[in-house]
Design a binder for this molecule. Structure first.
Ligand code: ADP
Length: 401
C-alpha cells in the first residue's frame, strides 16, 4: 500500500511516499518557504536524482498540489495516478490527553486537534492547514493523525503531574505530555528487536538528540517518563532551547533586562541551549569544528549538553529501577560520536563500558557501541518517524470497511 506521509510546519511541508509492503521510500522532499517569498521545492524519487526548484507557494494547498504533480509527473514521477495513494498520514505534534493512539481523521478529530492548538500554537494550526489542503485535493482518500504525544500517554500520574496547585491540571490540563513520541516508540521497539530482547520484559532508555532533544524511559514497551513537558521546552539543554531551569530565572531576568514574559519565553526557546552558551551556533557540527579550533565556549556547550543527558539517564535508571539498554538516535545521537562518548563516560557507575572503536565506526547506522562485557548495552538506532507514521496509517485504514 502506498502511503503519503506529511509533516506540515507553518512555512514548510516535508513529505515521503512510502510503500508499506516493502517499507521502501518511493519519493521524498520538502516544500520550503510556503507563504513567503523565495519558495523552494525539493523532490527525490527512489533511485533518481534530487531536484530543487524555485517555486512560489502561496499556501499549503498549492504546496501539496506541487507534491502531487511531482509524484505523478510522466517523466520523473513515481506513480501513474493519485488513486495509487491509498492513504495520507499526518504528523501532529500535540494530541493533549485525548489521543492515546493514532486516529482516522474525522471532523471530530479535527476539532480535538484545534482544541490542543493552545498547547502547541506553532505546530497544531500548521498541521490543520496540511489536513485541510489534502482534504480539498484528495477528498476521498482516508487520512490518519499520528501524535507526538500519544506514546507518552501511558505515563503514570506521578510522572506527569507538576508540583503546582492541582487545580491547574483540572482547569487547564497543565501537566507533562512529552514529545518525539513517534521516535521514542520506533526506537524502543527497534532496540529490542536489534538486541534480541523481549520488548514486553525490558527497560530501555531512548535518547532522541537532535535540534530538539528528549529522553524517554520505556518499560515493557511503554513510556513511563520523558524529559519534555507541557511544551517541548523542558528537559535537556537543546540547540536553542534552555531545557530545565529554575522558574525563578524568568522573573529575575525580566526585572534585570526589563523584558516581558513573552520576550523571555522567546529567549528560552530560540536563543538559549548550546547556542546561548556558546554564543556561536545551535548546530553541533559547528560546535565540533569550533571546539577543534580551540573555542572554549563551544567545548563548554558540548560538555553541558552531554552532562545533562547523562544526568537524565541516571534518573531514568532510577525511574525504571534498572536499565537493559540505552539507545541513541536523531542527528546528534546517530552521528556525534564524541558527544556519545562523553555521555557514556559518566555512566561507568552502572557498569557500562564504551567500545571506543565501535563508537567511532557507528555513524548514522544501527550498531552496538558498548563492549561485550558492559552490564548495559548501548546502541545507535537511527530513528524513522515517517515509517512509523506510515505503519500506523496502514493499520488504521486497513480497518475501514
Ligand atoms: P531535528 O529533526 O530536531 O531538526 P536532527 O535530528 O536532524 O534535528 O539533528 C540535527 C542536529 O544533528 C544538528 O545539531 C546537527 O549539527 C547534528 N548533526 C548532524 N550530523 C552530525 C554529525 N555528523 N556530527 C555531529 N552532529 C551532527
Amino acid at each position: 500500500m502506498d502511503i503519503l506521509v506529511i509533516n506540515c510546519g507553518s512555512s514548510s511541508l516535508k513529505y515521503q511516499l512510502i510503500n508499506t509492503d516493502t517499507e521502501v521510500v518511493l519519493a521524498s522532499g520538502i516544500c520550503d518557504r510556503i507563504g513567503i517569498n523565495g519558495g523552494q521545492f525539493t523532490y527525490k524519487p527512489q533511485g533518481g536524482e534530487k531536484s530543487i526548484q524555485n517555486i512560489e507557494m502561496k499556501d499549503h494547498e498549492v504546496a501539496i498540489k506541487i507534491v502531487l504533480e511531482a509524484l505523478t509527473n510522466p517523466k520523473t514521477g513515481i506513480i501513474n495516478s493519485l488513486s495509487e495513494i491509498k492513504a495520507i498520514g499526518h504528523r501532529i505534534v500535540h494530541g493533549g490527553e485525548h489521543f492515546t493512539h493514532s486516529a482516522i481523521i474525522t471532523d471530530e478529530v479535527i476539532s480535538h486537534i484545534e482544541e490542543c492548538a493552545d498547547l502547541a500554537p506553532l505546530h497544531n494550526p500548521a498541521h490543520l492547514l496540511g489536513i485541510r489542503a489534502c482534504q480539498a485535493l484528495m477528498p476521498s482518500t482516508p487520512m490518519v493523525a499520528v501524535f507526538d504525544t500519544a506514546f507518552h500517554q501511558t505515563m503514570p500520574p506521578k510522572a506527569f503531574i507538576y508540583g503546582l496547585p492541582y487545580e491547574y491540571y483540572e482547569k487547564y490540563k497543565v501537566r507533562r505530555y512529552g514529545f518525539h513520541g513517534t521516535s521514542h516508540s520506533y526506537v524502543s521497539k527497534r532496540t529490542a528487536e536489534f538486541l534480541k530482547i523481549p520488548l514486553e520484559n525490558s527497560k530501555i532508555i531512548t535518547c532522541h538528540l537532535g535540534n530538539g532533544s528528549s529522553i524517554c524511559a520505556v518499560e515493557n514497551g511503554k513510556s513511563i517518563d520523558t524529559s519534555m513537558g507541557l511544551t517541548p521546552l523542558e528537559g535537556l539543554v537543546m540547540g536553542t532551547r534552555s531545557g530545565d531551569i529554575d522558574p525563578a530565572v524568568i522573573d529575575y531576568i525580566a526585572q534585570k533586562e526589563n523584558l516581558s514574559t513573552k520576550e523571555i519565553m522567546n529567549i528560552l526557546n530560540k536563543k538559549s541551549g548550546v547556542l546561548g552558551i556558546s554564543g556561536l551556533s545551535s548546530d553541533f557540527r559547528d560546535l565540533l569544528a569550533a571546539d577543534e579550533q580551540g573555542d572554549l565556549k563551544a567545548r563548554f556547550a558540548r560538555e553541558v549538553f552531554a552532562y545533562r543527558v547523562a544526568k537524565y539517564i541516571g534518573s531514568y535508571t532510577a525511574a525504571l529501577t534498572g536499565v537493559d539498554a540505552i539507545a541513541f538516535c536523531a542527528g546528534v545521537g546517530e552521528n556525534a560520536k564524541f558527544i556519545r562518548g562523553k555521555i557514556v563516560s559518566h555512566l561507568q557507575f552502572l557498569g557500562i563500558t564504551l567500545d571506543e572503536k565501535a563508537n567511532l565506526a557507528t555513524i548514522g547506522v544501527e550498531g552496538i557501541i558498548s563492549t561485550p562485557d558492559s552490564k548495559v548495552r548501548v546502541c545507535v538506532i537511527p530513528t524513522n518517524e515517517e515509517l512509523m507514521i506510515a505503519r500506523d496509517t496502514k493499520t488504521l485504514v486497513s480497518k475501514i470497511k
